[in-house]
Write a new protein. Sequence first.
Length: 232
Amino acid sequence: MPSEDRDSAVVPAVEYVQIETGTNPTYSVIWLHGLGADGRDFEPIVPILNLSEENPVRFIFPHAPIRSITVNGGMEMRGWYDIKEWSFNRNEDEDGLEQSRQIVHALIEQENNKGVPCDRILLAGFSQGGAVALFTGLRYAERLAGIIALSSYLPVSNRTVGEKSEANQNIPIFMGHGSHDETVPVVLAGLGKDKLMKLEYQVEWHNYPMGHSVHPDEVDHIANFMRRVFAG
């Protein structure tokens, strides 16, 4: 059975929950939660993924900073950046995105210091977290293992062409979305997917009969994606 090591630790401006599927992990997944949740939100998915014990994985589930969210009347909650309009791709909080990108950079560097190279680190996220995973991964200077964006979209898409990293031009990308999502419309996610494909990224796209959530079939597809990425 996979061993689980749950603890809270600190990197600049963020705490996280850590789970290891075995001793001496050789791969890492940095998984970012959605708006108003925290790092514990996706803890239960680890055993369901049923990843091989031969290649142990360290899952890092960071807690986003608490910030004021404009569309929620300025209420303070955990968020990777402010949402100023429900249109998402207008009037975007680019400063917040950049701050969260630096948090992810610090977590990647921490994993490097633990012996996991960049090409064995996968970025994943749900909703806001998926947007940050895409924003960070597409621009990261060193090759990463892959990107998973669930019920999410491509933020500041107009900047992608000028800022994308050649090191991650061929990075495997998984995007899954609900056809009934009323929070992040599937049309918006599809626009991001189409933009990435036009830029010749390798995008694996899945549409599920659900709202703003995670479908059981999606979990199976994520597990298969991770196995392929980590086997490569």
